[in-house]
Ligand binder design. Structure first.
Ligand code: SAM
Ligand code: SF4
Ligand code: SF4
Length: 366
């Protein structure tokens, strides 16, 4: 890392006197006055699906070189880093991947993380995003380990479309059974993420709304994004969230509702008849960089401050070279206060110029 390491207390004073931003509470703010609130931790770069928009088979084939086990952060390393992020203001931690349920003994990590508390003594909001292929088998042990809730990715309710999209011939019934089991053991409220791709699964928007309306599950329709370099993204494959809302309104009247917290990525809508809620995530048509409070920790311990970052900051190197907790906390703080990222706001400009290499979603986590 290029940042100079200084003890955390001095670091805060330095930020205040150096003209950068700091909240009265002492929480860190980046150069666009965004606090550090969420941490996404990728626990594996492997996956049992080959979603065509994320890990296309042609790239992630048998020759693809995944990280060796020794490169992965251990559970102790992850927990220590998460603790330092929580001390810096993180209140929400999401485990992701790759497919997080493929990481061996993930329940042990959940047990360790579920003990973390914010500086004022509240438990952190610990959650996990999964493709749910293994969820029916694992829901109870995840709940017992201390996981509070879960997000399931599900792109179609038509088995043929679903299998085509996961490109690993996983049946839809496994995912639906996983969702049912997660509900049974109390991992709710469950959010369901659907990435909408024009010409691939836009026929499923109404089917998803109909299926989950009247339950306490919240479907979030996500605009297909140009993450990574391998999915061949094109703008005309994006279905704008405004169109999704218009379509659902043709069948079910909706009204917009307030975000649960500032920086929430999904715009929330509820059915006027009181039968539930949906969300839309408009990363392409309505960039939300100005309220983006998320840091991402890759499987091998690189800290990224944007999903579209080209470069990470090596926290594993600090950990394994014997840096103290205060030094690592200070390094994290230095990265956050220097953060300028707003890729989605600049996407249009960027697309007119040379495309730049990006990290893959399966490496950094969604
Ligand atoms: N394997 C787990 C899963 O699919 O839920 C967790 C990791 S996955 C990378 C996290 C989320 O990113 C999923 O909801 C997935 O649909 C979403 N995602 C992946 N590629 C995407 C893309 N190109 N655009 C929008 N969302 C994407
Ligand atoms: Fe795997 Fe999730 Fe990517 Fe699909 S979206 S390939 S399930 S990591
Ligand atoms: Fe946040 Fe980067 Fe996405 Fe903007 S493009 S919302 S800064 S992750």
């Amino acid at each position: 890392m290029s940042e100079r390491i200084i003890p955390i207390a001095d670091h805060r004073l330095k930020q205040a006197s150096g003209g950068t931003f700091i909240e009265p509470s002492g929480r860190l703010l980046d150069t666009r006055v965004r606090p550090l609130h969420d941490l996404r931790i990728s626990v594996t770069d492997r996956c049992n699906f080959r979603c065509t928009y994320c890990m296309p088979k042609e790239v992630f084939d048998s020759n693809y070189r995944y990280l060796p086990h020794s490169a992965l952060l251990s559970f102790e390393e992850i927990t220590l880093l998460a603790k330092l992020f929580v001390a810096h203001g993180v209140e929400k931690v999401r485990l992701t991947g790759g497919e997080p349920l493929l990481r061996k003994n993930i329940e042990d990590l959940i047990k360790m993380l579920s003990d973390l508390q914010t500086p004022d003594g509240r438990p952190i909001d610990l959650t996990l995003t999964t493709n749910a292929a293994l969820l029916a088998r694992k829901a109870q042990s995840l709940k017992d380990a201390g996981l509070k809730r879960i997000t399931v990715s599900l792109d179609a309710l038509d088995d043929a479309i679903f299998r085509r999209m996961n490109d690993a011939d996983f049946p839809l019934s496994d995912v639906l059974n996983g969702i049912a089991e997660a509900e049974r053991v109390g991992l709710g409220p469950i959010k369901i993420n659907m990435v909408v791709q024009r010409g691939i699964n836009n026929s499923q928007i109404l089917a998803m709304a109909r299926h989950f309306k009247g339950s306490d599950k919240i479907v979030r329709f996500i605009e297909y994004m140009d993450v990574g370099n391998s999915n061949g993204w094109k703008l005309d494959q994006v279905v704008p969230s405004a169109d999704v809302i218009r379509l659902i309104q043709t069948e079910f009247p909706l009204e917009a509702i307030d975000p649960t917290y500032s920086g929430e990525v999904a715009q929330r809508w509820r059915y006027k008849d009181g039968s539930g809620e949906i969300g839309v995530i408009s990363s392409v048509t309505q960039a939300f960089c100005s309220t983006c409070t998320r840091a991402r920790l890759s499987t091998e311990g690189q800290l990224y401050t944007c999903l579209f970052a080209t470069q990470g900051h090596d926290l594993r190197g600090l950990l394994r070279n014997g840096a103290s907790d205060a030094e690592i906390a200070s390094a994290i703080g230095n990265v956050w206060v220097a953060r300028e990222d707003r890729y989605s706001e600049l996407r249009g400009l960027e697309m007119e110029g040379m495309p730049r290499p990006k990290i893959e979603m399966s490496y950094i986590g969604g």
